[in-house]
Design a protein around this ligand. Sequence first.
Ligand SMILES: CC(C)(COP(=O)(O)OP(=O)(O)OC[C@H]1O[C@@H](n2cnc3c(N)ncnc32)[C@H](O)[C@@H]1OP(=O)(O)O)[C@@H](O)C(=O)NCCC(=O)NCCS
Length: 185
Amino acid sequence: MVHNFTVRRAGVADLELVLRFAAIASDLATRRPLGRPSGQPLPAHRSRYEALLCDPRRHVVIVEDDHGDAAGMGVLAEVRTGPLMDLPAARLSHVVVERHRRGQGAGRSLIGAAAAFAEQIGAEHVVAGVVPASREGNKFFARLGFVPLAVQRVASVQLLRRNLAVPDIAIDFGHGHTEPSAGVA
Ligand SMILES: CC(C)(COP(=O)(O)OP(=O)(O)OC[C@H]1O[C@@H](n2cnc3c(N)ncnc32)[C@H](O)[C@@H]1OP(=O)(O)O)[C@@H](O)C(=O)NCCC(=O)NCCS
C-alpha cells in the first residue's frame, strides 16, 4: 500500500505525541550501553522535551500520513561538521517510525525534510545519529548513502577505573574550587 506522507514542525501541543516517539528512540539508544531496563522513562524526559519543543535552534518534526495520523519523528538542528572542518551541516537525530508504520516511506520523508532543512541553512551535508544497536536504522541510512563519520563509545567511570592499568592521573580541572562566574558582574 502506497502512503503519502507529509512532514510538519511540532509545537508544544505535540508534547505527548513526541514523548511517545521519544520513548521508543531513547529505549533503543540507551538500553544497552547504559544498562537501563527497557520501557523505563529517562529522568526529566518530559521537561527536556518541553524545552526542546521551545528551542528556536532545534526543530522537532513529525511525519504523518494523508489522514493526519502521526507515524514518526525526528529532530533537526544546524551543527558544524567538526572543529577542524568547520562546515555547516543539518543534523538529524531521534529518528523513529512506529513499528507498524515502517516500510511505507515515512522514514524517507523524514530524510527529505532533513534535505530541505539543509538547503535552507545553506548546508551541503546531512549528519544523522544512528545507534549501532539498530540494524534496520543502520541499513536504512546506508542504503540512502550515509557513511560513518565517527563512532562514539561510552563506558562508566567505575568500569574504566577497573580496566585502566595506569596510576591515577593527577590533574586539576578547577571543578569544585572556583565558581565559574566568580568576579563577573
Ligand atoms: C530506520 C527507520 C526510521 C526507517 O523508517 P521507515 O519508515 O521504515 O523507512 P522507509 O519506509 O522510508 O524505508 C524503509 C524501507 O522501506 C522501503 N519503502 C519505502 N516506501 C515504501 C512503500 N511505500 N512500500 C514498501 N516499501 C517501502 C524503502 O525502500 C526502504 O527499503 P530499504 O531500507 O531496503 O532501502 C525505522 O525502521 C525505525 O524507526 N527504526 C527504529 C529506530 C531507528 O533505528 N532509528 C534510526 C536512528 S537510531
